[in-house]
Design a binder for this molecule. Structure first.
Ligand code: SF4
Length: 285
């Protein structure tokens, strides 16, 4: 049974939900109470002080209250008619983002993501570098050139896939994005994945893998298998898409530093190709 809310409390909750929405947070969950409420505790204390100790009858536990609709704010992109419009709404929601400290550490622009809004295959890296920051597009430098070659070897073109990063602003000196930066920015990536609905997401490098999968393990353990992946915080309403397969491979920047690992990366991509039914480009056959 729903509980009527005091109008002042309702207004305060609406303001708080709006505040979180502006931060890009749309899903809210009730935490189940694990012990007696404060009122119940006080009630029990008073009983103990005023009466001799005796066995208390078991308290009746009320069933958990249903979530109030006020917490069920839809994301803007859920109103969009197609993925292009939906991605545009996410971009507008991001705005001239100042949600994490990367906005004031020398970024030239936000690097949102690029590619086919209906892509079956999506690549996710960790964050923009200097070239990406200058051009506003992910993976356009030397690592981007190598990623293009990897995509081509899979029998695809860059414009067939969608490419994005965990954080959308360049970390200074190309440092690894910090936990709070990833946590603040990644909900937008999750929303992008929720709109694109790829069949496979390839995490490029350990930072992307750990953020997408929320597990902490070395690359050697992360690679070589598929994970069932649903973007965190996204309510899936499409009966034709219940999530993607996720594979982990080396970041192209790492492969530039250690080309001996290219063979291993190719094995990861071949696993993805088998799943998607892709044939390698002529050069790789
Ligand atoms: S990295 Fe993401 S959350 Fe941080 S300022 Fe840039 S767009 Fe906003």
């Amino acid at each position: 049974m729903s509980i009527p809310l005091d109008p002042d409390l309702r207004r305060a909750l609406a303001n708080r939900v709006r505040y979180f929405n502006e931060l890009g947070i749309y899903d809210f969950y009730r935490r189940e109470a694990t012990g007696p409420s404060r009122a119940a505790a006080i009630d029990q204390d008073e009983t103990i002080q005023s009466e001799p100790r005796e066995e208390m009858p078991a308290r009746k536990i009320a069933p958990p209250a249903k979530e109030f609709n006020i917490f069920d704010a839809p994301k803007p992109e859920q109103m969009a008619s197609d993925p292009v419009a939906a991605l545009q709404l996410i971009r507008e929601d991001l705005g001239d983002c100042t949600r994490c400290k990367l906005h004031k550490q020398g970024r030239k622009q936000i690097v949102f993501g690029v590619g086919n809004p209906n892509a079956e295959l999506m690549f996710v890296g960790e964050g923009p570098g200097a070239d990406e920051d200058a051009q506003g597009e992910p993976f356009v430098g030397r690592a981007g050139q190598l990623l293009n070659n990897m995509i081509k070897a899979m029998g695809l073109r860059r414009e067939d896939v969608y490419i994005a990063n965990v954080v959308k602003c360049r970390p200074p000196g190309n440092r690894t994005p910090e936990r709070d930066e990833c946590d603040t920015c990644s909900p937008f990536l999750m929303r992008q994945i929720g709109v694109i609905k790829p069949r496979v997401v390839v995490a490029l490098g350990a930072v992307a893998a750990k953020n997408l999968l929320a597990i902490n393990a070395p690359m050697a353990e992360l690679r070589g298998r598929f994970y069932d992946f649903t973007p965190a915080g996204i309510r899936i309403s499409d009966p034709n898409w219940q999530g993607a397969k996720l594979a982990v491979t080396y970041h192209p920047a790492f492969l530039l530093r250690d080309p001996r690992q290219k063979g291993e990366a190719w094995k990861d991509l071949q696993m993805v190709m088998r799943y998607l039914g892709l044939k390698p480009s002529k050069k790789e056959e």
